[in-house]
Design a binder for this molecule. Structure first.
Ligand code: NAD
Length: 470
């Protein structure tokens, strides 16, 4: 039997007459049904968030921290149930689903320790001027399908710490774990402070243009991000946009081939490549290109693609049919243009489930679609370079600027290269590490503003300067 889920509005779990099916990408079976909310449910949720804001914004920050810690505790206490449900709807293997659930608990607990102190601007004989931080109001949170729980908590925690209330919309592809979480936190969060509503993509623009929402915090594609900026411009809503990327890794000639092969593989193939900060273009120095590409290909041949709920699976299916077809189209385009494959290249997989075989390309040209576009799938183009300057300029020749990595035995050299990369985050000899205390945000068309750290928290506030004449 398919489970029917409810949405969280004003402290109550509510259902709606219209429902949406949610499919397990590993076998294409419907595993849940969720409310298809429209304008009525949105208006009720926003009104509840507005009422709750009056009290919540005046609640001492230490009490607000305790609520965020209770949310973190609820995730931790129910991690076993949550990670299994996450695999069923998202497709990622159990171990990676456990990491996402554990990460959501840990990141929110860590964010609850961030502070919002007043700052003194002038303390003179004539004047005392200080800046305090006031919450922006009701926040609309919109999240994608690749890390549904992590992204939901990434919006909820800073909103609550800063004194805002929130109406959150998960992706229609992956709403189940978030709605289960809604049920688990319903009694630990005051009514109306957190509202979670589900619906089709068309619910998104209703949120971004809602006159009683003060800020939008969005994670998703650059294309949707632009629409959100447009929608939010009507009443100058504050916005934070975490968007797409086409992250480059640069492997210098002194890198230890045996050591980096496995790490480079996972920098691209974690969550079947459906990570905004996955390495999507790998530039390898020509001196080690043959050895390193052979080592990565050899490692890849032993990685099992399959149902994330089955033991031994390391790479799961693509999360939804639309994305599955897009990734296959990019691989087909590479084949049609005669690009060489080291591993994979099958564009006609059989059976049920949205499985794309691990695909590694051998030195495709820069203008190949599979290099120039964000693949968001289990695809890794390896490219050869001769000089470091050339690698940096090829890495930077992108409209995106989310993250990047440098791999080298010489960390000083690594930092020198990192500082020339036009992205919001650059790792030297690691990948995908995010800290709750460091700002994460894209340059260029990868984003607007930042999440995490003090900077991320401040995005949920306005500065207010109080000046007293002495
Ligand atoms: P998407 O933009 O299609 O959808 C994201 C969310 O926006 C969903 O909840 C969707 O229902 C909603 N939405 C769709 N149309 C809307 C509209 N017109 N107005 C308002 N909301 C709308 O993205 P996706 O396919 O779910 O996710 C994949 C993308 O997300 C990739 O590009 C990836 O790089 C990006 N992403 C970025 C980050 C980051 O932190 N920078 C993290 C994860 C994913």
């Amino acid at each position: 039997m398919t489970t029917a889920y409810k949405v969280l509005i004003d402290g109550q779990m509510i259902d709606t007459p219209n429902m949406l099916d949610v499919v397990n990408p590993a076998n294409e079976e419907v595993i849940g049904r969720v409310p298809s909310c429209g304008e009525d449910e949105l208006n009720t949720a926003v009104a509840a968030a507005r009422r709750a804001f009056k009290t919540w914004s005046k609640t001492p920050i230490d009490d607000r921290r305790k609520v965020v810690q209770a949310i973190s505790g609820a995730i931790k206490d129910n991690a076993d149930e949550l990670f299994r449900l996450l695999t069923a709807e998202q497709g990622k293997p159990h171990a990676q689903a456990q990491q996402e659930i554990g990460g959501a608990a840990a990141m929110s607990a860590a964010q609850s320790t961030l502070t919002l102190e007043d700052e003194i601007n002038e303390d003179s004989d004539t004047r005392l001027s200080r800046t305090r931080r006031v919450p922006v109001g009701v926040v609309g949170g919109i999240v994608p399908w690749n890390f549904p729980v992590m992204m939901a908590v990434q919006k909820i925690a800073p909103a609550l710490i800063s004194g805002c209330t929130i109406v959150l919309k998960p992706s229609p592809f992956t709403p189940l774990t978030t709605l289960r979480l809604a049920e688990l936190i319903k009694d630990v969060v005051p009514a109306g402070v957190v509202n979670i509503i589900t619906g089709e993509d068309s619910l998104g623009p209703l949120i971004t243009s809602h006159p009683d929402i003060d800020k939008i915090t969005f994670t998703g594609s650059t294309e949707t991000g632009k629409k959100i900026m447009e929608g939010a411009s009507k009443d100058l809503k504050r916005i934070t946009l975490e968007l797409g990327g086409n992250d480059a890794s640069i492997v210098l000639p002194d890198a230890d081939v045996e050591k980096v092969a496995e790490q480079l593989f996972w920098s691209s193939f974690t969550n079947a490549g459906q990570v905004c900060i996955a390495a999507k273009r790998i530039y390898i120095h020509e001196d080690i290109y043959d050895d390193l590409s052979a080592a990565i290909a050899e490692y890849a041949r032993h990685v099992k693609v399959g149902d994330g709920a089955q033991q031994g699976t390391a790479v799961g299916p693509i999360q939804n049919k639309k994305q599955y077809e897009r990734v296959l189209e990019l691989i087909q385009d590479a084949k049609d243009n005669g690009h060489k494959f080291l591993v994979g290249g099958d564009t006609d997989p059989t059976g049920t489930g949205y499985y794309v075989p691990i695909t590694i390309l051998d030195n495709p040209p820069e203008d190949a679609r599979i290099v120039a576009e964000e693949q968001f799938g289990p695809v890794m183009p390896l490219m050869k370079f001769a000089t470091v300057d050339e690698a940096i300029s090829r890495a930077n020749a992108s409209e995106y600027g989310l993250a990047g990595a440098v791999w080298t035995a010489d960390t000083d050299k690594g930092v020198e290269v990192a500082e020339q990369m036009e992205t919001g985050t650059v790792w030297v000899n690691e990948f995908m590490h995010l800290s709750p205390f460091a700002p994460f945000g894209g340059h260029k068309q990868s984003g607007f503003g930042a999440e995490y750290g003090k900077e991320g928290l401040l995005e949920f506030t306005y500065p207010q300067v109080i000046t007293v004449k002495r």
